[in-house]
Design a protein around this ligand. Structure first.
Ligand code: PLP
Length: 447
């Protein structure tokens, strides 16, 4: 779609008779004119809903508000809107009010794993930093639906200072992921201030921005913004395209600007029923992304957040899609399919199985075509038994380049230098029966 197509002219002139191309490509104009009610939506699209459907939409909006940028609205195919992937991601469904027995307001326990305002610290070396609770467009499939449109959550600089103070005090944090809301809703000066403050922290090696602006409001990617980000490299950016229809000319121009500014680009899609739960659609999306220098990063199984029941697919659909990609297309066009574990366990990769069997000296594998093959393992491998004494090791690693860290979880079981033999769940009846009671640990030296 060209920038300022006839459809876009029509939408902008219905919003304001003075609208023109300069206004259309001004991101602030879009923010001022986001569509927040059903009536404006009808006026701008020419779609008319039945009264009973309307009443259902109004009820849904009381719980989960609406916001669509004129740009994203202009992508809706009004002739077949009910099946349109843009419409489905932007416009409410009464099914959002179906709260299933497994649905939760905060399935990922982001609020519980929060040591400072706006910070979710889940993994050892990186944090999520919520710097804005605003979004240009409210995705109907948002995992943080509990907070959408909640003006009380807009962080001010004073609150961001608290997050910065936490990061300063946590020397193992080498990667800061700016999230929200959409961090690119912040004014340029605030972003500059924030990136400058993060850059001053010596242990912060990379900053990542998670933003859907290239999809819902590509005009946010301005030359001014690029010159700010350039000053603070390395800055990475992950965006969120879900359907090939979203890769418009405006979006492509935004992606080109970002890539030309030296920002490595990634994409995180959510697997959504009725939007992209199809190997052909997904492949078309991934190919469009790599053509535009965006590396597909994650494909998320839809979270157990409230209001998303109608978007969820079985996990098998995700595995089927990955099966259709491995071997069939470029490795760098393939995202990692993940389930973000309810309860705050973090992202868990899920893939089809390729290892079929294993013997003492060979592995039996299958490829994407169904060829079953064997890989003979070396019979003369001299293992380097690691006791973590890097100074006396033959491998050429300068000790100052190697981080000291304590192993966690399964890594402890597979390492030579940690003598944990098993990980045992707490509080089983079997352990309680043992002398010493519920704290007795089996086979483990330090739990
Ligand atoms: C997703 C996420 C990250 C980043 O994870 P990566 O796998 O490194 O992309 C960090 N913190 C939290 C809380 C997250 O949800």
């Amino acid at each position: 779609m060209t920038i300022y197509s006839s459809r876009q002219q029509e939408v902008s002139q219905r919003i304001s008779s003075q609208a023109n191309k300069a206004k259309w490509t001004d991101w602030r104009w879009h923010i001022r004119h986001t569509i927040r009610d059903i009536e404006s939506f009808e006026t701008l699209t020419g779609i008319r809903f039945e009264p009973e459907d309307r009443a259902g939409y109004e009820r849904t909006l009381e719980k989960f508000p609406l916001s669509i940028t004129p740009y994203y609205l202009s992508l809706i195919d009004t002739a077949d809107y009910a099946n349109d992937p843009v419409f489905r991601q932007a416009f409410p469904s009464v099914r959002e009010l179906d709260i299933g027995p497994h649905d939760m307001a905060d399935p990922l326990h982001e609020d519980e794993d929060s040591p400072a305002p706006g910070i979710t610290h889940r993994y050892p070396d990186r944090v999520l930093f919520h710097v804005s609770n605003l979004c240009a467009m409210y995705c109907r499939h948002c995992t943080r639906k509990r907070k959408v449109g909640d003006e009380g959550h807009i962080p001010r600089r004073a609150q961001m200072e608290q997050g910065l103070a936490y990061i300063r005090s946590a020397p193992r944090v080498r990667d800061v992921l700016l999230s929200g809301g959409d961090p690119l809703m912040l004014p340029d000066e605030t972003l500059d201030w924030l990136l400058w403050n993060l850059r001053k922290i010596e242990h912060v090696e990379v900053v990542r921005i998670g933003s859907r602006m290239p999809v819902v409001l590509p005009y946010r990617v301005t030359d001014d913004l690029m010159s700010i980000i350039r000053k603070h490299h390395p800055v990475w950016l992950n965006t969120h395209f879900n359907h090939p229809r979203e890769v418009t000319r405006s979006a492509r121009e935004a992606l080109a600007k970002l890539a030309d500014a030296g920002i490595p680009l990634g994409n995180q899609s959510v697997l959504l029923a009725g939007v992209n739960d199809c190997p052909r659609i997904m492949r078309s999306l991934l190919h469009k992304l790599v053509r535009n220098r965006v590396r597909p990063y994650y494909l998320y199984q839809c979270d157990l957040s409230e209001g998303l029941t109608h978007f969820r697919t079985p996990v098998g659909k995700g595995i089927e899609i990955i099966e259709s990609l491995v071997g069939h297309t470029s490795g760098f066009a393939r995202p990692t399919y993940v389930i973000d574990a309810p309860g705050g366990g973090g992202k868990i990769p899920v893939t089809p199985n390729y290892v079929i069997s294993w013997a003492t000296n060979k592995v039996v594998l299958r490829n994407y075509e169904g060829v079953i093959t064997t890989y003979a393992e070396p019979d003369c491998y001299t293992p380097t038994i690691c006791d973590r004494d890097c100074a006396s090791c033959d491998l050429q690693l300068k000790e100052q380049d190697a981080e000291e860290y304590a192993a966690v979880g399964i890594e402890r079981l597979v390492s030579d230098w940690d003598d944990t033999q098993s990980l045992v769940p707490e509080g089983t009846a079997r352990l309680d029966r043992r002398p010493g009671g519920d704290n007795a640990q089996e086979g483990s030296h330090d739990g």
